[in-house]
Design a protein around this ligand. Structure first.
Ligand code: ZN
Length: 368
């Protein structure tokens, strides 16, 4: 028998999903003693799934390991956050910015794989205190981006935030600086994304060639068309947009314009995301876990995306095969790490099937 933290050999049989809306075949696969998928039989492998639905690990495309409701947490709490995500089936995370270096957790077999964006980049007093690296002058941005891009596959910008004098959301960066920043990241082989709640920061960011937009509640027909043309992706974080009225309440007395603006963005958020989906913007599932959202809620975001216009099959894909492909990670192919989830019915017609996996394997190690 393998110990709880050692991988296979294991054998699984059932409907093998490639993580997209359509791809499936009935078949079997094995997990090697090294925790890799084998499509050839592996001897002495007990059957741990039979007649089930077998899918690649889910993806949380926007979360923060190392941030809690009160800001940065210590490494052991970050580890607990990662364990919670992985146990829920989210075996691949795109960390969208954290002040905690979580790389020492990478050899923990119960941690998900993390694709990192390093530290948030912002300007002084223009983001949550204690989280970002702050550029004293906006002209510093390209150099700060290059620095993050050298050690991370993604770079995270704060695109807009409340500006106290205006009393409302406002962009942080001028357009020419953004273009130089995107070029600096791309020269290092990294991709860039930005936190954006409002309207005004979007044309500059998308026009500069940014790769992704987070939240995107301020999108309109013009900026949606720009994203379609450039292939810019959107991670709407719908379960965190549910917190907009609370954000408005918290700041609305001091900054009434901001409060009104946030309520307006919230009121039309479902229609905004539906328009982006309808127009063909690639959308992925991200929870924004780490601040106001607890870890382990990827299925809630999948359900929210299904509701807002993706439907269950494409919402599943947005948190599985399509998202893995976008983050350049394999599915259930020979030799790939055995990161997989087993459920008892088709998650493409019933996303709730993902709430109670009968088996979760991370590099072949059984997490549930
Ligand atoms: Zn976030």
């Amino acid at each position: 028998m393998s110990s709880p933290t050692s991988p296979g050999p294991l054998h699984l049989r059932g409907v093998l999903l490639d993580g997209t809306a359509e791809g499936e075949r009935v078949g079997e696969l094995w997990v090697t003693a090294e925790g890799r998928i084998s499509l050839d039989p592996v001897p002495d492998a007990p059957t741990v799934a039979d007649g089930a639905w077998i899918l690649p690990g889910l993806v949380d495309a926007h979360c923060h390991v190392g941030i809690g409701p009160d800001g940065p947490v210590d490494l052991e709490e970050a580890r607990e956050q990662g364990h919670t995500d992985a146990a829920s089936g989210a075996l691949l995370l795109r960390d969208c910015g954290t002040p905690v270096d979580t790389r020492p957790l990478d050899d923990d077999p119960r941690m998900p794989e993390i694709v990192r964006a390093g530290r948030h980049l912002a300007r002084p007093k223009r983001y949550i205190r204690g989280l970002p690296i702050e550029a004293d002058s906006p002209e510093e941005l390209p150099a700060l981006v290059a620095e993050q891009a050298r050690t991370n596959p993604w770079v995270k910008l704060v695109g807009d935030w409340i500006e106290r004098e205006a009393g409302d959301l406002a962009p942080l960066w001028p357009d020419d600086v953004l273009k130089a920043a995107m070029d600096a990241a791309h020269a290092e082989g990294a991709r860039v994304t930005a936190h954006v709640f409002g309207e005004d920061a979007l044309p500059g960011l998308i026009g500069a060639g940014i790769d992704g937009i987070e939240h995107g509640t301020g999108l309109d027909d013009t900026t949606i068309a720009m994203m379609v043309e450039r292939g810019t992706v959107l991670v709407p974080t719908l379960i965190n947009v549910e917190n907009f009225p609370a954000f408005a309440d918290a700041a609305g007395e001091k900054f009434p314009r901001y409060g009104t603006h946030m309520r307006e963005l919230y009121a039309r958020a479902s229609a905004t995301v539906a328009s982006a989906i309808e127009a063909g913007v690639p959308v992925f599932a991200g929870t924004d876990a780490g601040g106001g959202i607890v870890h382990g809620r990827i299925v809630d975001e999948i359900a929210a995306l299904a509701q807002v216009g993706l439907g269950p099959a494409r919402a599943f894909e947005a948190a599985c095969g399509a998202a893995r492909d976008w983050l350049r990670r394999p599915g259930l192919v020979d030799g790939a790490p055995a990161d997989l989830v087993v459920v008892d019915r088709d998650p493409r017609t019933d996303t709730d099937a993902l709430r109670s996996p009968s088996l979760v394997l991370r590099a072949g190690v059984r997490l549930s």
